[in-house]
Design a protein around this ligand. Sequence first.
Ligand code: AHR
Length: 483
Amino acid sequence: DPVQARLTVDAEPAGPRIEPGVYGHFVEHAGRGVYEGLWVGPESSIPNTRGWRNDVVGALRQVGVPVMRWPGGCFADDYDWRDGIGEPAKRPVRPNRWWGGVEDNRVGTHEFMDLAEQIGSEVYIAANMGSMPPRAMSHWLEYMTEGGKTTLAEERRRNGRDKPWKVKYVGVGNESWGCGGNMRGEYQADLHNQYATFLRDVVRVASGDGQGNDPLIDVLMERSGPHLDALTLHYYTMPGDWSKKGDATGFDAQQWAKTLKSALGIEGRIAAVSRVMDKRDDKKRVALYVDEWGTWYDTPAGASALWQQNSLRDAMVAALSFNVFHRHTARVKMANIAQMVNVLQALVLTEGPRMVLTPTYHAFDLYQPFKGATPLKATLQAPPFRTGDVELPSVEASVARAADGSTLLALVNLDPQRPARVATNLKGTAQGRVLTAAAIDAHNTVARPQAVVPAPYSARAGAQGLALDLPPKSIVVVSVPAA
Ligand code: AHR
């Protein structure tokens, strides 16, 4: 028997629009994320445009990348931008202190900016506060964005780029409580203010919480409020804990349930951080950027750093996270999945010349119509279900109004066993796509790249209104035209 759920949609907006930036990305110099995954070099036999692989760039253009954060992560606070400019053969080779191996700096500012232009993405530079002086940060920004004839702008021109680039966001350090310098909140706030003083015409982003530390948010809001435009939250989903995270495939129903529970936990963190921010910023001037989120499993032996497979379960985590972001649009203006290619919850996995689109990629694709849409108030009644000691809602939903007046529905059936029927107060025909698979850990490989792909979905209203049937463990995204 299907689980019976009821969704009552209100015409009232539930908050400001869903910023396209919540469908943003994070790309760090780690494992095979940049090198191999995105960059193969101009001399490669893998088809590329100035070094960036055409297959991956094409897939990313299709899914739409509103914003990319680069070059870290932890890597960012050990990065000297000067290492990555000028004649490639002369660039220094450094140890990659966080993720192993060496960094030959073949990909630096000019290359990354070219990638952003190829993909059509805004740029979010994660700048170094942990190990470089404020002058290095402001000089990097000047090098990229100065249109006049300053010495740094002329150096950029000599290095092949006449026109200044646009840099919209600058992250002032990353995880300053940890890999970004192991700082006390008070010390970080003072440093942030100092560094931010020398940044002009950018959104100034302070490194926020990643450890459930609300007092840190309070300290930053109190001491750095006027010097920041956004602060960040990092939230990783895992079935286990940091000592034993769990496997990306070959898991059971209990691990499935624990993972989805962990994913839904992001809502509590966003709500808690928002409450702390509200105390000192009730007008909500300062935005919250969830600039690292996604699943983190144990890296299999022999795999590159932070590599993991990506299954239907990861697509579910993505869908649930999007639904949460849609509920918090008053604060959450950007979110960046960790990470784009071959690292953690990737959208794309590569093996030599081959590329595989993951279930997470398809979740991003299904949700594309939500970019810029207005979330609507809706009430969902759905019974919970239990797996061992984990209780989850059987169905999770998000509803929004698109610019053309149509109603967008995203429905997630979390139950791996039972289908669900969602009765609604809507009329008309719903059309869209469904993502599901036979196994809870179904995933795409080079040998079977189409194991988990979306299928067309439609439902027509009967006398009782529109009802949508959800297969077990599925994501359905549809649009219902305005009457
Ligand atoms: O995404 C991997 C790492 O997780 C990032 O480098 C760091 O910011 C976080 O701890």
